[in-house]
Ligand binder design. Sequence first.
Ligand code: SF4
Ligand code: SF4
Length: 458
Amino acid sequence: MKINTKGRLSFPGGVHPPESKDLTCESKIRPGPAVKQVAIMLSQHIGAACQPLVEKKQAVQAGQLIGEADAFVSAPVHSPVNGTVKEIALQSHAILGRSMAVIIDADPDNNPPKLPCSEFKDGFDENKYSAQQICDAVREAGIVGMGGAGFPTRVKLEPNPQVPKETMIINGCECEPYITCDYRLMLEWTNQIVAGVKLAKKAAACSEVIIAIEDNKPQAIEVMHTALKTHENGDNIRVVPVKTKYPQGGERQLIKAILRKSVPTGGIPPMIGVLVQNVATAAAIAEAVVTGAPLTHRVVTVTGEAIANPGNYYVAVGTSVGELIEFCGGVTEPSAKIILGGPMMGIAIADLTTPITKTTCAITVLTKEQIGKAKFAGRQTPCIRCGRCLEACPEHINPTKIAHAVKNNLLDVAEDYYISACIECGCCSYVCPANIELTGYIKTGKIFLARQRKKMPE
Ligand code: SF4
Ligand code: SF4
């Protein structure tokens, strides 16, 4: 049965920036560089940071556990290479500034490029594994949400008898401009993703799974639909095309678009019986359960007009951004901004030794010319109260009031306007004709509030 690839489901608000995916959407996944050194962050997930389990000068093997925490919300880390621990030291971290990492010198003669698992055939049978076996394998492999948030997947999957999870949404939207790694995964690792989806459904005991894909990816919609044979089996797993709009891939927006349900402000999807997983996470689940392989590599889109050979690369976690850009032929024109992630929600970095983590889906390099043309580069003028930022905000908060409060150091007022509900999508800044960097003010306000809370006595 053919599927209609046009998607009408959507959410209120949002924007439609230029997609710019043509640079890499035809680029098949290729092995990344044979790295000389990796820096494995001990904190690359939401939750407790890992403690190192190795020492300076210790030999390590590819796949070896090198960091772990006792806390329930955490995820262990493993070495992606055979090599020797150089040191355990502070390293540039895109979000935390600097954070502890295990630095490993790779053995140049004993690190063949790793290729993804290709053992997944049509008709994968998840019933060979118990729900407990799946959860254990996911935990031991250190799998976290690979779409950006980095929440430990085992914690998400484990059933909670008080709030059963009814629906699992597999996020294949990839709504950020430029990024195509999930698109290529859906086209090339289709059976592996389907296997991971079936395993995750079993572990979480969900009654239905919806694979959501934006309708600017008709080929991915068709390939996934055909692989699922939705019309032939009773798995209750189906593909649903959704409208192409940013930030359709935000989990709150996706739930609203597909299920017409709202996640409470400050809450999480399991509170309403929903679980959202990314397609890359599903592929990692399959590999971990079937082969026992930990999460040591991931697909990263390296993109931007300035990159000589943009594409999708299967890269060792811990590879430096600089080494990966060099592997892609370097930059061909003066670059102004290097972003971990995409241009809307990504984080600009200044230090090229910053390593790829389990949640890095892309490196986007913008040129000086692009930055010069960008709205944010224009001179900021006073707010003209046009209301465009309110219309664009998918969380229905008031970006201009919050930004104004933060600017005037009125953090309690910013809280009254629900600053914590902001998902930092950047839509408000994108539409503002006065070039006010609203999202920047809001992010700053959140940092100040977090610092204030830390200082508060118990
Ligand atoms: S206020 Fe936050 S959630 Fe709303 S548009 Fe701006 S960045 Fe997005
Ligand atoms: S979009 Fe900009 S100018 Fe318009 S109301 Fe919001 S902050 Fe003011």
